[in-house]
Design a protein around this ligand. Sequence first.
Ligand code: HEM
Length: 478
Amino acid sequence: MSATVIPMAPGETLLGHGHQFQHDRLPFFRRVAGTGDLVSARMLHRTLYFVNTPAVAHEMLVEKARCFEKSPGIRILLHDLAGQGLFTSEGELWRRQRRLLSPLFHPTQLQTYVGAMNGEALRARERMQDGARVDLASEMTRIAMSVVGRALFDARTFDEADELGEALTVALGWVNDRLATPYMAIQIAALEMTENLDGKLPAWLEDVRARVRAALDAPILMPGRHDPDVKRALDVLDKRIQGMIDDRRANPEDRNDLLTRLLYARDADLGGEGMSDKQVRDEANTLFIAGHETTATALAWSFYLLSRDPAARAKVQAEADAFGPDGPTSYDPEKLAYTTRVFKEALRLYPPVVVLPRRAIEPVVLGGHSFADRTIFFVNVYGMHLRPDCHADPDRFDPDRFTPENEAKRPKSSWLPFGVGPRVCIGNHFAMMEGPVVLATLMRGLSFDVDPRDVEPETFATLRPKGGVWARVRRRDA
Ligand code: HEM
């Protein structure tokens, strides 16, 4: 066991690091990464740990993945929206669902979706008039949401996907507004209190404890859960997706979208059993949520970074111009090699998911230190991406870090925008295809004069460009 002491994050106050966590998050994460490989921080009464090096991140997320679950916060917040979907489920249910869903996201399946990626970028190209001023961040959200909507629900139901998109935006707004609030901390504290009482109460009280514990899986202590707008949005999502499920059950051969494939996915280990409608709805919502904002912010940052590097922009432009007028209508990684490096570098400098939260489900040794059951950890993706021993000259935008030769030289798990290990993002290949295809399709037909102001990142559910990325559109055929 290590004899070294885990350093405390700088700037501790009587109340711990809560203020920095809420109001100075990104600089704080970076300072923490510079403080040590494992660093502790305090939130009110509770000590939690940041994992800041690739080696310990790998140990945690790959080698000892079975000793951890996701931290309960996001599961509670997404309870009404994504229930027991892949992002939030744990244990046997998660393992079974991951087995069922993985084939749908295998790289060989993904060519099916290039049409949606290219098609939605073309629709956006039509929308953007010569000389118009647009917020590329909002445009990218529209594109990415339509792409995942089409992949999930088929092009023919596009209007439905649009309506679902609106409902999803309202419901997600509610989730966003409650992340990292005191309500969240109170709800987790209450949940853990009921967990700590497990096995310590007389039998007649145990039943009450178990029921309260189960109730606390839903965001019952968060305000606004029953607001009419939120309820309506959840209702639209539920009813619309159920309607589509009924339609596909009645006409199974009709479509080739993800929803149909979810409905007909069978688990060989369970005698060919499929999912319940409720599970399919949870998975559909999960994919809709997880599959758009992340990709959209990475695309917005790609445009921003390219606007500040004319040489890199010219190389992306040259790749885009090698395609026909509609851009890439099928996916050939060779033809998008440089554009892909740009997208990867944007994911390094501005990883949409800045930390990966985990909670130990048993006592565990990590980085040579022992930790108790229920210890909370954050893999500090943002901080690690900016550590000079992981990425030399880390603030510099340099897509060539991602040439195959340079990638081979980097420490394993030093680039973690999608996580790593069994819970790695299931849509990572989808996103790595969508980003370059959308960039090339847009740049084949349009150029963008991005406002020359500095854009700050802000942490919401993802790392968004604060105030958007505003640009003047030029049609290249105008
Ligand atoms: C640039 C785009 C994306 C980024 C940066 C991203 C990032 C992530 C991260 C960091 C995780 C969690 C890993 C962890 O906690 O260990 C995750 C999980 C997940 N992502 Fe993505 N994601 C992206 C795109 C997508 C897309 C396009 C889809 C689906 C169409 C998707 C679906 C999911 C799902 C279902 C999970 C949960 C997987 C599981 O726990 O088994 N993501 N993603």
